[in-house]
Write a protein that binds this ligand. Structure first.
Ligand code: SAM
Ligand code: DTB
Ligand code: SF4
Length: 338
């Protein structure tokens, strides 16, 4: 029944958005296998057809509830199961969150993303988060939250509070997912994504590379994302941040050019989506980040902290973007872009 209604939805959206939602794995694998220059040229051509190539959207992140998470995601420093030395913090007071948002706005961020280390929120938490959303919106910023799995009622409440985006990542292929997380299923993730989409909240959904997954896993992750009934509005591509104490701490580093290829293929598959060069930038050279922008990335996390780990300082990013002649999208420009 669910599969049938998804198919109908997929047909409906294909007709509506003129984009493909029926990519086969072999087609995606063929893109990954292109000579690097051909792949990047193609990605940049698609990028130019849909976006201003010299503009990036910037989001700032804040961890509003930190650590002690019941889930066992092997990459995550916030799981209660791993000793990462992280200090646990309860849900932050609303006024402190709004102070941080105002500061992020002053630095030039147009979207404020609030993350909580929950498997799923409790109803009483949702009321506080709703107040944060309303407050951040009142500052004139776009709002995004990532809180784990949601019920229908919680989703409705977030929409009512004015939520613009919900971040919920598929992280990797369905096959590899069970190697990384045992406390929830891929289908749980897909169910929350469906709720968010149907409530009319923009979807932010992507994944992590560098977790020891295969080339096929990366292709399959992108296939899952592109074949959703609607392409996610934002697609964060994270490079694994290897945190001491997590099971993936000693993983081998991914070839940076494979990361750039992943960005390029995401751009080709999802031409209207913001592809975000997300976690892992502190370990990337300026040249590698420039290649990611060339391959079609047009969004970054901005500000010296992601949720619990480091990110380049804002001044450093302003200098890098300046050297590349890339502007930060203002809120007005973003609203115009839809
Ligand atoms: N608990 C909620 C959830 O899992 O959806 C929201 C917060 S969770 C930290 C948000 C996302 O951060 C994860 O889905 C994952 O993609 C990303 N993430 C967490 N740890 C990471 C790491 N070490 N490196 C890269 N990305 C990471
Ligand atoms: C996403 O895809 N990446 C962000 C955001 N969505 C919530 C989180 C990255 C977290 C990196 C590890 C940390 O700082 O705890
Ligand atoms: Fe918890 Fe989210 Fe981290 Fe998984 S990724 S351990 S659900 S905070």
């Amino acid at each position: 029944m669910r599969a049938e209604s998804c198919l109908n939805l997929a047909d409906k959206h294909r007709a509506e958005d003129g984009l493909r939602h029926d990519w086969r794995l072999d087609e995606i694998q063929a893109l990954f296998a292109l000579p690097f220059n051909d792949l990047v040229f193609r990605a940049q051509s698609v990028h130019r057809a849909y976006f201003d190539p010299n503009e990036v959207q910037v989001s700032s992140l804040l961890s509003i509830k930190t650590g002690a998470c019941s889930e066992d995601c092997a990459y995550c420093p916030q799981s209660a199961r791993y000793d990462t030395g992280l200090k646990r913090e309860e849900l932050m007071p609303v006024d402190e969150v709004l102070q941080a948002a105002a500061q992020a706005k002053q630095q030039g961020a147009s979207r404020f993303c609030m993350g909580a280390a929950w498997r799923s929120p409790k109803d009483r938490d949702i009321e506080k988060v709703a107040a944060m959303i309303a407050g951040v919106r009142a500052l004139g910023m776009e709002t995004c939250v990532t809180l784990g799995m949601l019920t229908d009622e919680q989703t409705r409440r977030l929409k009512e509070a004015g939520l613009d985006y919900y971040n919920h990542n598929l992280d990797t292929s369905e096959e590899y997912y069970s190697e990384i997380i045992s406390t929830r299923t891929y289908q749980d993730r897909l169910d929350t994504l469906e709720r968010v989409r149907e409530a009319g909240i923009h979807v932010c959904c992507g994944g992590i590379v560098g977790m020891g997954e295969s080339d096929d896993d990366r292709a399959k992750l992108l296939q899952e994302l592109v074949n959703l009934p609607q392409h996610p509005d934002s697609v964060p591509i994270n490079m694994l941040v290897r945190v001491e104490g997590t099971p993936l701490a000693d993983n081998e580093k991914l070839d940076p050019l494979v990361f750039v290829r992943t960005i390029a293929v995401a751009r080709i598959l999802m031409p209207r989506s913001r592809v975000r060069l997300s976690a892992g930038r502190t370990e990337m050279s300026d040249e590698m980040q420039a290649l990611c922008f060339l391959a079609g990335a047009n969004s970054i996390f901005y500000g010296e902290k992601l949720l619990t780990t480091g990110n380049p300082i804002a001044e450093g990013d302003r200098q890098l973007l300046g050297r590349l002649g890339i502007r930060m999208a203002g809120l007005t420009a973003q609203l115009l872009n839809g």
